[in-house]
Ligand binder design. Sequence first.
Ligand code: DC
Length: 229
Amino acid sequence: MEKTIRIAIDGPVGAGKSTVARAVAQKLSIVYVDTGAMYRAVALYAKQSGISWQNEREVVGLLDKINLKLGQPEGDQRDGRTLTVLLNGEDVSWEIRKPDMGEGASIVSQYKLVREKLVDLQRKLAKGKSVIMEGRDIGTRVLPEAELKIYMDASVVERAKRKVIQMEERGNKVTYKEAKTDVETRDQREKNRKIDPLRPAEDSFRLDTSHLSVEQVVDRIVEKVRQIT
Ligand code: DC
């Protein structure tokens, strides 16, 4: 693509953002940035340091000690992971995908200084490049000037079902009931938090993926990109 294009994808847990964003990135040969992975890494570091996710002061106190690197899996790293995440040089790509890390990330992402550090990093990653970035506040906070903003959603039932399958694929078993509670708790927290709550950007294109296949969603987004490039 000649023109630089930034695509912001937001939406609640289980809407299908990661799968779709990765596929679109591949189709368009642009960089994919999974911002949730960064909040997960902060949650993991707090856990490794013996700090409660609920303790804002102590979690924030860790920020200066956190060095994060995200990259496409290369060589031996191609073990089914979607992304390589290095936390202070340690490969935590699988560790951050464990079920409790989603909950931990959802809690620590409420803190102002955590968000400031990661938003800054996310903007740096997008600078001067064509990217597709997914998260909760990409269209509203991280890249409000993005050329294309998509808000993906799906019913709670559908999202909980997808979580069960995704966890199973990674060898982590969760029941449908547990997945539904997780989806509802995270929705509630992320839509109602004070700083950068989850909401569609005014100029976003809304996509309900409940009854759409991954291919259908990818095609719709690629079509939108073609219209503006
Ligand atoms: O997309 P995910 O499930 O990997 O994200 C983990 C948590 O991180 C999510 O529950 C909320 C938080 N998050 C956020 O607050 N802002 C983002 N841009 C991305 C994720």
